[in-house]
Write a protein that binds this ligand. Structure first.
Ligand SMILES: NC(=O)c1ccc[n+]([C@@H]2O[C@H](COP(=O)([O-])OP(=O)(O)OC[C@H]3O[C@@H](n4cnc5c(N)ncnc54)[C@H](OP(=O)(O)O)[C@@H]3O)[C@@H](O)[C@H]2O)c1
Length: 249
C-alpha cells in the first residue's frame, strides 16, 4: 500500500509508534522515526531489527525532541537528505502527566502541551513547504478519544489532544487544494507503556465502557495509519477517526 513513499514518524521507539514503524515498512515504505530519551536508543535498534524491509527500502532512527522547534527543523532536513522526501508525516510523540487540576503544576501543564501539541505545529510547519513543492502529502496526527470527550485527571492531556483536532481540521482546509491531506486518529485504550501507567480505577472504568470489552493493540492503530497514509484514503481529509472498540459511541 505504501510502495515508493517516505514516512517520518515521531516517537517510534515504543508503543503505537513502534507498531507503526513495522507496519509502514511491511507496507513497502521507507521510514524515519524518532525517540527522545537516551534509554530508548537500544529499543529503537530493536525496532529497526524487527522490520521487514524490502527492495532497498530504509528504516532509520533519529534522536530528536519533537517539542523543540529548531530540532524539528534540523530533523526534517536530515530526513529529506536521508530518504529524498517526506511524503507522510505521523505526529505520534506524546506523554502524559496525569493529575487532578487542583494538584496540577504549571510544569505538568507546559510539558504536556509542548510535547503533545507544540510538536505537531513544529513538524507540520517544517514538512509543509517540501510537501507543497512535491504537490502532495499526508499528515496524520495522534489525538485521543479523551481529546473528544475529556477525562478527569487529564486536563492537560485532553486539552493537548483537543488542540490537535482543531489544528488538523485547519491544516486540512489550508492545504487541501495542494493535495495535502491532514487527518487525526483518536485511539481509545491501547496496550502500551502509556496505559500501563494509568491507575487500576481508571483502567477498570475504561474497560467497563468499551463495547468490545478489550484494549486495542498498537498493530490495530498502525493499520489505520497505513490506510490514512496510503492512496486508498485519497479523498479523506480533515477527519477524526476513532479507533476505540466502540468506546466513543
Ligand atoms: N496508548 C494509548 O492508549 C493511547 C490512547 C490515545 C492516544 N494515544 C497517543 O498515541 C501516541 C503514542 O502513544 P503510546 O501509548 O504508544 O506512547 P508510549 O508507549 O509512551 O511511547 C511514546 C513515544 O513517544 C516518544 N516521545 C516522547 N516524548 C517525545 C519527544 N519530546 N520527542 C520525540 N519523541 C518523544 C517516546 O520516545 P522515548 O522512548 O525516547 O521516550 C516513545 O517513542 C501518543 O501521542 C499518545 O498520546 C495513546
Amino acid at each position: 500500500m505504501l510502495e515508493g513513499k517516505n514516512v517520518l514518524i515521531t516517537g517510534g521507539s515504543r508503543g503505537i509508534g513502534a507498531s507503526m514503524v513495522r507496519s509502514f515498512c511491511k507496507a513497502g515504505a521507507s521510514v524515519a522515526f524518532t525517540y527522545v530519551s537516551d534509554r530508548s536508543k537500544a529499543s529503537s535498534e530493536e525496532v529497526i531489527e524487527s522490520c521487514d524491509i524490502s527492495k532497498g527500502n530504509k528504516v532509520i532512527a533519529f534522536q530528536s525532541d519533537a517539542s523543540s522547534f529548531s530540532s524539528s527543523e534540523t530533523l526534517v532536513k536530515d530526513v529529506i537528505e536521508a530518504l529524498g522526501s517526506i511524503d507522510v508525516l505521523v505526529n505520534n510523540a506524546g506523554i502524559t502527566k496525569d493529575t487532578l487540576m487542583l494538584r496540577m503544576t504549571e510544569e505538568q501543564w507546559d510539558q504536556v502541551i509542548h510535547v503533545n501539541l507544540k510538536s505537531v505545529f513544529n513538524l507540520t510547519k517544517h514538512v509543509l513547504r517540501p510537501m507543497i513543492k512535491a504537490r502532495g502529502g499526508s499528515i496524520i496526527n495522534m489525538s485521543s478519544v479523551v481529546g473528544v470527550f475529556g477525562n478527569a485527571g487529564q486536563a492537560n492531556y485532553s486539552a493537548s489532544k483537543a488542540g490537535i483536532l482543531g489544528f488538523t481540521k485547519s491544516i486540512a482546509k489550508e492545504v487541501g487544494s495542494r493535495n495535502i491531506r491532514c487527518n487525526a486518529i483518536a485511539p481509545g485504550f491501547i496496550e502500551t507503556d502509556m496505559t500501563e501507567e494509568l491507575d487500576e480505577k481508571t483502567k477498570e472504568a475504561f474497560l467497563a465502557n468499551i463495547p468490545m470489552k478489550r484494549l486495542g493493540t498498537g498493530d490495530e492503530v498502525a493499520d489505520l495509519a497505513v490506510f490514512l497514509a496510503s492512496d486508498h484514503s485519497a479523498y479523506i481529509t480533515g477527519q477524526v477517526l476513532s479507533i476505540c472498540g466502540g468506546l466513543n459511541t
